[in-house]
Design a protein around this ligand. Sequence first.
Ligand code: 6PG
Length: 237
Amino acid sequence: MNLRIYRDVLDLSEAAAHLFVEEARRSIVETGRFTVALAGGSTPKRAYEILATEYGGPEDLDWSRVHAFFGDERTVPPDHGDSNYRMAREALLSRVPAGSVHRMHGELDPSEAATLYEEELEAFFGGSPAFNLILLGIGEDGHTASLFPRTPALDVRDHWVIENSVEKFGTIRLTLTVPAINAARRVAFLVAGEGKAEALKEILERNVDPYDYPAKLVSPADGPDWFVDRTAAGLLD
Ligand code: 6PG
């Protein structure tokens, strides 16, 4: 397990931005492009802003070879306050000349949006999606992306993208599935705040049921990296 503990969310964000750029440079040298699925929520925002302000120039990264996707999305329009796309666009994507940006269409019927995104992934990758990097967060309930505890999406193995009914929020979300996440070359969790400490301990140190803590289902070939601040790591042995 690749666990890195940082003093605070700013240090964590700087490290996450550096990882993004390192992986991007490596992928561009090796394949001519970098494919990344961005996390939603609030934790990654600072890292996205750092990418825009500290690594946004052509001398830092050939952004034209960066192709941005999303790990999940709320079923809202792209300009809605809850939109993961809107957060990433404002913090990063509107400030760098990315080669392409592929948002999940939260404004559409969820099943249609999931099918469209899956078709977009298959067209872009010429088959099975294999992202160079996927950034993820975890919720206090142990969810990741929009793979929430004991929801139907956890069992989906024959799709890359699925709509997921999240009863506790009374909503439907769009999410990459477990196979799509685990096919990535590298997966990095960004976790900050005391509120995540219990879930992180359950996920990293206890033999909990992955259906109760879906982040445990994330197991790419080289294992996920954990970028954690001290408060979120506060209960770890
Ligand atoms: C979302 C995210 C979700 C997020 C966690 C953590 O759409 O909300 O994809 O999985 O990463 O809920 O969110 P915070 O970073 O806001 O704590």
